[in-house]
Structure formats: structure tokens, C-alpha cells
Design a protein around this ligand. Sequence first.
Ligand code: NAD
Ligand code: TYD
Length: 334
Amino acid sequence: MKLLITGGAGFIGSNFIHYILKEYPSYRIVNLDALTYAGNLENLKEAENNPKYKFVKGNICDEKLVNELMKDIDIVVHFAAESHVDRSILNSGDFIKTNINGTHTLLEAAKNTGGKRFHHISTDEVYGSLGKNDPAFNEKTPYDPRSPYSASKASSDHLARAYFHTYNLPVTISNCSNNYGPYQFPEKLMPLFITNLMEGKKVPVYGTGENVRDWLFVEDHCRAIDKIIHQGKIGETYCVGGDCEKTNLEITREILKMMGKGEEAIEYVKDRPGHDKRYAIDFSKIKNELGWEPKISFEEGIKKTIEWYKNNQNWWRSIKSGNYKNYYKKQYGK
Ligand code: NAD
Ligand code: TYD
């Protein structure tokens, strides 16, 4: 089996590549990644010398390149995206290009090369924002995206589904809740807070910190994708979640406690515009049909995550200083 993984130098994509190389040592992987600010080849140091793994620097919007790569693969697992809500609020152009046009380019190439199996990675944010007592999102929840990020992801989901219905492209989609774990870029809540505290800085909580997210350890997400690409039903969507709803303040206090810091390390800052109140996922479909459920508890996951950032300070310090961008040059001489 030969996989084309897009966005494999990012957080979830790199975890997925490590996961596949470990669980399926006979599989071959081509990782297509543009190395935007969020792409970091240091995430894949251990895979670099594996003959089953190949890195291609390139953009998913590059039709010629994508068509060429697509010829020789069995399945696309599509992670590449602009993924940070705050950046989408400041400047959404790249979100439209990558998340919508890039996904379209990949779908076209998959269609034109014999109808390649295509798994599209998406987010629970496409479903909008829940009130306190609303039932959790499931596969039938109407789309209601509210940020440029989630609107662009929703568009890409619609395109993926349209290619299944119109062209019989063998597509599956997963909509997952907030991930956390190793290799997450330190602009997202957990890694930003953990690394700020290690640097003796404060942690910026938006608004009053009452917004709720459902947290899933990244390895559990990788296992869910594994299930879907091997056993998922073509044309179907699967909601993936952690059964772990927490307010941002609860997360913050847990991190503070585990890192021996007090409330004085919190800085309440201006709220995110249009800040979605609550996300929650009902993952009974993937549980009942594919036998997936999260294995790693929040307590275990957060402990592993904090330990990882403590043991990999060069990794995040070089991101925060900007030096990580030299790694590609050093390794590939370009
Ligand atoms: P990330 O920002 O860490 O990584 C994105 C990767 O895509 C980077 O390596 C980047 O270089 C690459 N990329 C961006 N634009 C590209 C382009 N035009 N061509 C080729 N490569 C490009 O993102 P992540 O957190 O790993 O998220 C991966 C996927 O999972 C995204 O589709 C995201 O929407 C989805 N998702 C993320 C979460 C989460 O909590 N992080 C939750 C649910 C779904
Ligand atoms: P984030 O990690 O950006 O993920 P998403 O917005 O995709 O859910 O943010 C998670 C939650 O944490 C979200 O409610 C916004 C909040 N947040 C803060 O309070 N402070 C921060 O510095 C960041 C990055 C996020």
C-alpha cells in the first residue's frame, strides 16, 4: 500500500506518519508538504532515513505536481491545511487557497488518475457552536461554520462529498475535535501555555475562559484514521472525539497545577472575535461501526504532553526563535 500524505510535516500529519511507519512497516509513504510556518521537518527526523518514507516539498495547489504524485499511489490521506482560527481572523486568503482550492486540486487529481481512495481530515468546527445544554455534534448535525477557518474546512468537506456523489470517488471524511500531544505548534492553546510557563511567561486566556472544547490525544486520532482508511465505508463521514469536554480555564488550571504554577500566571486577554462557545462530539457511529474509542485518558494525555515539551525544548525553542526554518536547508541543501 502506498499512501500520499499531505501536510505530513505538521502536527497531526507527522504523528500519523510515525504511527503508520510503526504499525504498518511494509507501507510506503509520500509526504507532500509546502513547509509553511506550521510545517517542520524536525517532526520527522526519525523517519528521514526510512526507505519507505519520502518527502516532497510542494503545494497541494500545484496541479502538475499533484497529478504526477497521484499516479503512483493507492490512497490519499489529506491533512494539509491552514489550521489556526486566530490567523484566519487576521488574514483568510491562504485558508481559501489551501483549504478550498488545494483540496479541490487533490480531488481532481484523484478523480483523473483512476479514482483514488481519498480520506479527508476535517474538524468539528464545521458544525458551529453549541449552547451549554445542546446535544453533542454528530454526523447529521447541519453545517454552521462561523470563522474563516471553519468556513474553509466546511467548503472542503462539501467538495469531498460532492466528488463521491458525482464521480463515485471513494471518499471518506472524519470530523475530529481538538487534538493535543507532541509536535503541536506552540500557537495553539496547550503547547503555547506549556511553553510559556517554561519560559517564565504568563498564559493568555481569551475572555473569561469559559469556552468549552472536547480534547483528544493525537495518537487516538491517528488510530481513528487507521480504522477509517482500512474499514470505513466509502462515502461516509465519521465524527471523532475525546469524550472530554473542558473549559479553557479547567485546561489552564490543570496545566498550571502540573507545572507547579499558580493563578498569578494567568493573564485574561481580549476575547477572540466570534469565539465559538462550545464543541462536543458524539462518536457513537465510529464506536459502533468500526470499534474505535479513545484509549488515552485526559490525565495520561496531558502528562505525556507536558513531559514531551519538557524533554524536547530544542524543538519548541527553535520554533519560537524562528530557527526551525533552517532545518530543511541543512538537510536538503536548498
Ligand atoms: P498544522 O497547521 O500543524 O499542519 C498543517 C501542515 O500542512 C503543515 O505541515 C503545513 O506546512 C502544511 N500545509 C499548509 N498549507 C499547505 C499547502 N498549500 N500545500 C502543502 N502543505 C501545506 O495542522 P494540524 O493541526 O496538524 O491539522 C491537520 C489537519 O487536521 C487539518 O486539516 C486540520 O483542519 C485538521 N484538524 C486539526 C485539529 C487540531 O486540533 N489540530 C482538529 C481537527 C481537525
Ligand atoms: P486553539 O488551540 O486555537 O483551538 P481552536 O480555536 O481551534 O479550538 O484554542 C482552543 C481554545 O483556547 C479556544 O477556545 C481559544 C482558547 N485560547 C485561549 O484562551 N488563549 C490562547 O492563547 C489560545 C491560542 C487559545
